[in-house]
Every structure is written in C-alpha cells, then in structure tokens.
Design a binder for this molecule. Sequence first.
Ligand code: FES
Length: 93
Amino acid sequence: MPKVKTLVDGKTYDVAVGTKFLDLCQQQKAKHDFGCTVGSCGVCRLELVEGGANVDPITTDEKDTLALATDHTNARLGCQLVIRGDIAVRPVA
Ligand code: FES
C-alpha cells in the first residue's frame, strides 16, 4: 500500500494503488490547495520531492496547464496525480 507524505503538514497517508491525490486530500482532509479540480487552473501544482516515478506520466493537457501556472520544471498538478507507489509532495509557487 503506497504511502503519501505531504510536506506542508508532515503527515503520511496510506492509500490504495491508483488513488487520486485529489481524492486523498478530500477524504483525509490532507492540506493542499485546489481550484477547478479538472486540470485547468493550476492552483493545485506541486513538486514530487520523492517518488517521481510512482505516479502516472504527465499528459499533454497537464503540461499545457503547468506551462501557464509555474516556471517550476518538475511541477505536477495535484488534481491529476494518480498514485502508484510511495511519494512525498509539497506545493510550488
Ligand atoms: S485544481 Fe485546477 S488544475 Fe488542479
């Protein structure tokens, strides 16, 4: 069972493989900001501090949204993140 650590509050959550990060945050009240929840606003952008290979690959649509939302080169959208293994995340500007 994958472990998800959120560096904002230092908490770690156990999730099933295939869980969406958005669902984890909504169900467990994990601290992370979201806006549209459908991949278009960029509010949920984050950095995978650990486990970058343990999520589904980035899509073209996600890349397009991130290009408008941040200069961070390794950012992902929290609302689009599907968890496949252990990860650690933190928000990015
Ligand atoms: S909440 Fe809008 S892109 Fe993720």
